[in-house]
Unconditional design. Structure first.
Ligand SMILES: [Zn+2]
Length: 250
């Protein structure tokens, strides 16, 4: 029986989480990486991991939620990471569309400042961070190159230019793909998916965005096998091993 790992989800935002987790279990989804987006949901993500042992915790502040930052958040994040060696950092990153919508609180300068603080913590405790990047690849490449980093990080819902893949991989990136690549029109993301080294590849539902859920992962892997022209069983095994490497550092 093949087993799967959902490398990026926001389970705390699911409308019917119990149902989604039951479906995930039936679909052999044996691990789910759950990303917080702002301090108010850190507790929810932690609680989920205590109820379900296959849920892996990422705590961080997403570039859409800079308005929620409360004094002392960095110290509170650091304490949680320090006390819980399995916790990772996420979701963090840069989003140019958000910066254009809300240039006062969410300027790229402010987003970068918050991202760097979280990268520093990820590096200090050597925890992978989970990265969101929308229309800010030049800037995020500069941040990645110039900041301290942990051994590994995950570019989630990856869709950057295909020529960035070797440089990102060199810095420790894993590349996680959400359902967008299924559409034949998404040529750029399909090119990235085809060019990603097998030992750096991940698959994600990004639920509940795109109305998705973890149980959809096996279907995404079927499509992946077609785009990459790769044996599905080989792909399933590698995807699972790669996710374990991110979660357990092995
Ligand atoms: Zn996300």
């Amino acid at each position: 029986m093949p087993v799967y790992f959902d490398a990026h989800a926001h389970l705390q935002n699911m409308v019917d989480l119990k149902k989604a987790l039951l479906k995930a279990e039936t679909a052999q989804i044996q691990g789910i990486i759950c990303n917080a987006t702002h301090e108010d949901d850190w507790g929810k993500v932690i609680e989920l991991s205590k109820t379900y042992s296959n849920i892996h915790v990422c705590l961080g502040v997403h570039p859409w939620f800079l308005g929620s930052l409360k004094k002392g958040w960095e110290a509170r994040l650091e304490r949680l990471l320090k006390e819980n060696p399995s916790y990772m950092v996420g979701e963090i990153g840069l989003d140019k569309v958000r910066a254009d919508q809300d240039p006062v609180i969410s300027s790229l300068d402010n987003q970068e400042r918050v991202m760097r603080i979280q990268m520093d913590l990820a590096a200090q405790y050597n925890r992978p961070f989970h990265m969101h990047c929308v229309h800010a690849w030049d800037r995020i490449m500069h941040v990645l190159k110039s900041n301290k980093r942990p051994d590994f990080f995950v570019s989630h819902a990856h869709h950057g230019n295909v020529h960035l893949i070797p440089a990102l991989a060199e810095m420790g990136a894993f590349f996680s793909y959400a359902s967008t690549f299924v559409s034949p029109e998404r040529k750029k993301v399909r090119a990235c998916l085809a060019a990603t080294p097998l030992d750096r590849l991940l698959v994600e539902s990004d639920c509940p965005d795109l109305s998705s859920e973890p149980a959809e992962v096996p279907n995404l892997v079927k499509h992946m096998a077609v785009v990459r022209q790769q044996d599905e069983a080989v792909l399933i095994k590698a995807l699972y091993q790669n996710a374990e490497r991110i979660c357990y550092g092995r």
